[in-house]
Design a protein. Structure first.
Length: 202
């Protein structure tokens, strides 16, 4: 049999890192009231990462974003990245965050503040649901990088996830008796980019 080589191409980078949760972060969260966002999720504090008490954590996240953009994605350093919005999420027992795609941003992220076992998983969906087109779903003998259309991550305190905003994501049902608290954020690029070979400054 002739030898053959599989070349993985068109990969989508999802960064999984860690940012320590300080007592100051938890204290700041406890000062604010969460309000119903949907029937199954509560949010509070728009631009949560802008508070002075979170400046160290924000700096860590921004530096991680830079490494993701420049070192992992290979985008030139003439393009910078900045967090344009951030908010706190609270999933009570039985709550979940439905499948969604963040708009008006290039990069999205989730930073877990508090969780326990069975509080929920982060699910990130592939933009290409089927390898061989959208007409049929094929039975798979095993999942791998080529045929998976969703990837699951257990969420633990301090977990930091960064991914392109074009990807849809969700947080599964909280099956525990404790609350899950996490920060969501969106990022924009700054600098000169090309649109149909025409320079555009953002």
């Amino acid at each position: 049999m002739n030898k053959f080589e599989i070349c993985p191409t068109f990969s989508t980078p999802i960064l999984h890192s860690h940012c320590e949760v300080s007592c100051g972060v938890i204290d700041k969260l406890q000062q604010y009231r969460f309000e119903n966002h949907t029937k199954t999720n509560m949010i509070s504090i728009v631009n949560f990462l802008e508070f002075d008490e979170l400046s160290n954590q924000k700096n860590i996240i921004v530096e991680t974003l830079k490494k993701y953009l420049h070192s992992t994605c290979g985008i030139d350093k003439c393009i910078s990245v900045e967090i344009c919005s951030s908010w706190a999420n609270l999933n009570r027992p039985g709550d979940y965050l439905g499948r969604r795609q963040n708009q008006n941003s290039f990069i999205s992220g989730i930073w877990c503040i508090y969780s326990k076992e069975k509080c929920g998983e982060l699910k990130i969906h592939s933009p290409n649901t089927n390898l061989f087109g959208e007409c049929f779903n094929f039975i798979r003998t095993f999942p791998n990088d080529y045929n998976m259309n969703v990837v699951n991550y257990e969420i633990k305190p301090g977990d930091l996830f960064i991914f392109p905003s074009k990807l849809q994501y969700e947080v599964t049902k909280n099956e525990s008796d404790r609350e899950l608290v996490f920060i969501s954020f969106n990022c924009m690029f700054r600098g000169t980019m090309l649109s149909d070979n025409t320079p555009v400054f953002l």
